[in-house]
Ligand binder design. Structure first.
Ligand SMILES: [Zn+2]
Length: 309
């Protein structure tokens, strides 16, 4: 019960603090159960951590100041006269007498729930996470001892990350952003390299057909498949690509429309003998197996093409 009163009053203070940072934010509903304390707000923009942190600081100042929390009863007219700025969902209030809960000099809201008598009883308030669905933001928070425990836990994760980043607390976020950007650049460069390497593969001729056979390592599967798709648009053409991955290799076997060999069948048969499997369409197949399947596949392809008229 007491815990509820703390969470409930904490929510009044937190919402008022949020509305000073995010002008126009509206409280939609409050959910306070044994394991979850959530405030649902409606707001068109983003509730970013810079603003949430500012709101937390305001709320905790109000708590530390140990301000009185008063309850005043009256009709809507009387209450509105006393508190012109009262927060209330009048359409949801059916009782004739309304209860106004005032956090001295900070917030007034119409509320029939239970509240503490002084803000200091809340102890501490801490936002644990925010989830967004459209314009509705769920702000999860803790109060009292739970809030202290949560803040310790979050600080632990923050400091561990800071140690890993090898930078100051203030710069951890920026360091992570830089790393993410660098990673994206490297990925792009790697992709370009894969594409360039693939273009250097030259075919050999067998029975009047062009055979592009090559092995790669660590190339993106999509790049391999795209390149094979482009090559088989030529006449009388077969493509066999192998790509070394973690423990196994990935294979693509493809052919132009005018080469009447079922590559799916051929690939499946060879890979199954090398601890793997593959399949696809008659003209384009892929699969994975142990790396040495490449040699066996190439032999099979040569054999099939030798017979082909
Ligand atoms: Zn309340």
């Amino acid at each position: 019960m007491e815990e509820n009163a703390r969470a409930h009053t904490g929510e009044h203070i937190l919402f008022q603090a949020l509305s000073r940072i995010y002008v126009g934010i509206k409280a939609q509903k409050v959910l306070i159960t044994e394991n979850r304390r959530s405030l649902f707000c409606e707001y068109g923009g983003e509730l970013d951590w810079d603003g949430l942190y500012e709101a937390e600081k305001i709320a905790n100042t109000i708590i530390r100041e140990d301000r009185p929390v008063r309850k005043l009863f009256g009709t809507r007219e009387e209450i509105e006269k006393m508190f012109p700025l009262i927060r209330a969902k009048w359409e949801r209030i059916e009782d004739e007498k309304v209860c106004a809960v005032e956090v001295e000099g900070f917030d007034v809201a119409a509320c029939s729930g239970e509240h503490v008598e002084r803000t200091g009883e809340i102890g501490f308030i801490f936002i644990t996470r925010v989830m967004r669905k459209g314009t509705i933001h769920e702000v999860e928070f803790e109060v009292g001892e739970d809030a202290l425990q949560a803040s310790l836990q979050y600080a632990f994760h923050g400091r561990r990350l800071q140690a890993l980043a090898g930078t100051s607390m203030e710069k951890t976020y920026e360091t992570f952003l830089n790393l993410r950007e660098k990673n994206a650049t490297l990925e792009k460069r790697l992709q370009k390299m894969g594409e360039d390497v693939m273009k250097t593969v030259t075919p050999f001729i067998l029975n009047g057909m062009q055979v592009y056979a090559a092995t790669f390592s660590g190339v993106d599967r999509k790049i391999l498949a795209d390149r094979a798709g482009v090559l088989i648009r030529q006449e009388r053409c077969v493509v066999l690509f192998a790509n070394e991955e973690e423990e196994r290799s990935f294979f693509i076997l493809a052919r132009s429309k005018d080469v009447g060999i079922d590559v799916s069948l051929l690939l499946a048969e060879v890979l199954s003998r090398h601890d793997g499997r593959g399949g696809g369409r008659h003209e384009f197949a892929q699969g994975s197996a142990r790396g040495e399947a490449y040699g066996a596949l190439l032999e099979k392809v040569k054999e099939a093409l030798g017979r082909f008229k």
